[in-house]
Design a protein around this ligand. Structure first.
Ligand SMILES: *Cc1c(COP(=O)(O)O)cnc(C)c1O
Length: 401
């Protein structure tokens, strides 16, 4: 088929041309004398995206899941009590991992379409006078349901209870796209991956850690009961401090990361967050104009990186996704696990702009009609176009003022 295939799954996301070209390179020596000059700047700039000023960042040749694992095995011990919540496939998988590692997991199950229950966390932390809870987990952006949670609220709950538990955040589909402030919120372990807001192919897991997490990891090493090898902080720190890695790094992806971090710095994090909000709001306007609902129950949960849309009663959302792909060369995200067949997802994160989003909405609208959903032609796309036009105007007016 002619033309581009349109990619609107919430990861892997579209890779900018400059990033792709930066990775089209002859192989290089990862032990070259000048390699540390390259890696030191890379670590420093990666940390900036997390707004982590006093800790450090690790880069693993893994997907985001590897960074989840690294956070757990380096700072905790088997049997440690942790507080988690589950409201989608990704928060579920992190719970599953914690259970498989033998942590004593207190899981709060809440309705899918809502997020981290800050009030329940606050109650549990206040009641835990003996400080048995060692870590509190937050899935910042649940990619399966398009729900963003309140990390600052969880930090406030920890502080109100004067609770020393570590704060872990899954930021795989939020860091670099939605406001995230590791230093200010005192997040101890923040996980991300290359293939979402970082605009790279899959293959790198990022773990940005606080100084406190590093101290706890050192302590945990003394009486370590988890075996640590590939994902060990200690090995990474020893090698990274010299500008190298304990094993072969993904050299091409690291060159791509350099180009992606340059793009992020050029646009500026705050402008990137604003763009994601603008693009997301246009998608939400389209969904409303179609007369459809989001999986996210209330505006406070709305995600600026992915929208999960409920298919009308009696219509299999998989058919809408399949139709968009086969007929209109457009990849939308399917519903996962509990919401399989019920939602389809539109990713609006990373290297995207207004006109690209209108393409995604056009394909969605055609596929909806093809599948028998009675939406008026142009209704959703029209609502988005108008939002984008006015929002661009307002941005220009604000800049000129
Ligand atoms: C994509 C995603 C993951 C999984 O990351 P992988 O890179 O596939 O291991 C975890 N959490 C969230 C919120 C995600 O969106």
């Amino acid at each position: 088929m002619a033309g581009f295939t349109q990619l609107f799954v919430p990861g892997p996301t579209n890779v900018p041309e400059t990033v792709r070209q930066a990775m089209n390179m002859p192989m290089e020596d990862m032990r070259a004398p000048d390699y540390p000059t390259f890696t030191r700047a890379l670590f420093a700039d990666l940390q900036k995206v997390f707004r982590n000023e006093t800790g450090r960042a690790f880069i693993f040749p893994s997907s985001g899941t590897g960074a989840w694992e690294s956070a757990i095995i380096n700072t905790l011990n088997p049997g440690d009590r942790v507080l988690m919540s589950r409201f989608g496939q990704f928060s579920h998988l992190w719970v599953d991992m914690a259970e498989r590692f033998g942590l004593d997991v207190d899981v709060v199950d809440v309705e899918w379409g809502t997020g981290v229950p800050v009030e329940i966390y606050a109650e549990k932390l206040a009641a835990d006078k003996e400080h048995r809870i060692k870590a509190v987990f937050v899935t910042h952006n649940e990619t399966a349901t398009g729900v963003t949670s309140d990390v600052a609220g969880v930090r406030a709950a920890l502080d109100a209870a004067k609770h020393p538990a570590l704060l872990f955040v899954d930021g795989v589909s939020s860091v670099g796209s939605i406001d995230f402030r590791q230093e200010e919120w005192r997040v101890d372990c923040a996980v991300s991956g290359s293939q979402k807001g970082f605009m790279l192919p899959p293959g790198l897991g990022f773990l940005s850690v606080s100084q406190r997490a590093l101290d706890v990891a050192k302590d945990a090493t003394k009486n370590a009961r988890f075996y640590r090898c590939y994902f060990s902080f200690e090995d990474m720190i020893r090698a990274n401090d010299t500008g190298y890695f304990p094993y072969t790094p993904a050299v091409q992806l690291l060159r791509g990361l350099r180009a992606a971090l340059d793009l992020i710095a050029e646009e500026g994090l705050d402008n990137i967050f604003e763009r994601h909000n603008r693009l997301a709001e246009g998608v939400r306007k389209a969904v409303a104009a179609w007369g459809l609902d989001l999986c996210a129950k209330e505006p406070k949960w709305h995600s600026d990186t992915v929208s999960a849309v409920l298919a009308p009663e009696g219509i299999d959302s998989n058919l809408i996704v399949k139709r968009a792909y086969e007929q209109y060369q457009t990849s939308l995200g399917v519903g996962l696990s509990k919401v399989a067949g019920r939602v389809f997802r539109i990713g609006h994160l990373g290297w995207v702009n207004e006109v690209m989003m209108c393409g995604a909405l056009s394909a969605t609208e055609m596929a909806l009609r093809d599948c028998g959903v009675k939406v008026a032609p142009g209704s959703g796309v029209g609502a988005a176009l108008e939002h984008y036009r006015l929002a661009a105007d307002q941005a220009a007016i604000a800049k000129a003022a």
